[in-house]
Design a protein around this ligand. Structure first.
Ligand code: 8YV
Length: 331
């Protein structure tokens, strides 16, 4: 007996191999031109689909979920962070939410390390000099950055990505410190020679480099608030590859402008994709390195994420609990 295939709507263009497999398994509607959907288009998708596969660029809020068709049973997010989905309201409505954890850990940790190096050693500024025809030769006192070996790195959020960053940073000779909701297992602390700080304020006041690696939840919104940022010392640099909302971006910008902070490397922003002109000005002045949310952007990573989506959809449609279910109390 042939069963009707579920209608699965992808809100963005995914890697070809993923789309092809999804077309084999499900009645899949693609977004070939990759244009982000408007709220009205998303609403229409949710009224018709059995499964919606959104990304970080879609705002699946309570209004959209409440207007979803009764056949919508699964929101299978392409990505780990689910702060753009109202998981509480979805769960109340009997809609399961899944994500793609674990497969973008190493890529995001690589990018975080790259940002630390880029900011500390003026990589982006330096890379513009030769193509700009401005190099007249070596000088002993020009383009001096700061050595990272021997410095202290404070990791805010010691989950998978935080730990992967710590492993890399150890190899670069950094001393690892961290703040997390829960202290990690002694064996992990030992491996990373990591120092735990229950007080984030205390940790911030002692670090040379701070990296944000926690998810954005109601509890971490502006975790690095204007007040907390003032604990950072003027030579400190801060990098964020998690979510813009974890840092009070206006306060951070003000401190960078006034020299109360040495630099920042940001891959994520509070009002993505809108970027504050003040941050752009700081980037042009070589004070900050800004990346367009590239942390997990590898071909391998995006295929792995797509495979996780497929497994979640298929398992769910076969009547089992999908492996990467997100529950409201995880937020
Ligand atoms: C993804 C991310 O590219 O997975 C996440 O949470 O932030 C990114 O690395 C994006 O979310 C895809 O939807």
């Amino acid at each position: 007996m042939s069963r009707k295939k579920p209608l699965v709507i992808l809100t963005r263009k995914l890697p070809d191999v993923i789309e092809t497999r999804m077309c084999e398994l499900f009645d899949t509607r693609l977004n070939l031109d990759d244009k982000p959907m408007s709220q009205a288009e998303l609403g229409e998708a949710m009224r018709g689909a059995d499964v919606v596969v959104p990304t970080v660029t879609d705002r699946i809020d309570a209004t959209l979920i409440e207007q979803a068709g009764s056949q919508l049973k699964l929101i299978a997010n392409f990505g780990t962070g689910v702060d753009h989905i109202d998981v509480g309201v979805a769960t109340q409505r009997g809609i399961t939410v899944t994500n793609t954890p674990g497969v973008l850990t190493e890529d995001t940790a690589d990018m975080t390390m790259a940002l630390i190096l880029a900011v500390a050693r003026h990589l982006v500024e330096g890379a513009k000099v030769i193509p700009g025809g401005q190099w007249s030769g070596w000088s002993p006192t020009w383009m001096l950055g700061s050595r990272i070996t021997g410095k202290r790195l404070g990791i805010v959020g010691m989950g998978r990505i935080g730990q992967a960053l710590a492993r890399r940073a150890r190899a670069f000779g950094l001393q690892i410190h961290y703040h997390n909701r829960r202290r990690v297992a002694p064996s992990i602390e030992e491996e990373l020679e990591a120092t735990y700080w229950e007080s984030l304020d205390q940790m911030l006041a002692r670090m040379d480099i701070v990296s944000v690696n926690c998810p954005h939840t109601p509890a971490t919104y502006h975790l690095l608030s204007a007040r907390r940022l003032t604990y950072l010392r003027p030579h400190a640099i801060i990098v964020n590859t998690a979510r813009g909302e974890v840092i009070d971006e206006i306060a951070l910008t003000r401190m960078l402008e006034s020299g109360e902070l040495a630099g920042a490397g940001l891959d994520v922003f509070e009002h993505e994709p809108a970027i504050s002109p003040k941050l752009v000005k700081l980037a042009n002045a070589g004070k900050v390195t800004l990346l367009p949310h590239m942390g997990s952007a590898t071909t391998e990573g995006r295929i792995d994420m797509g495979e996780k989506v497929i497994i979640n959809v298929k398992t769910f449609m076969d009547g089992h609990r999908p492996p990467d279910r997100v529950l409201p109390n995880m937020m």
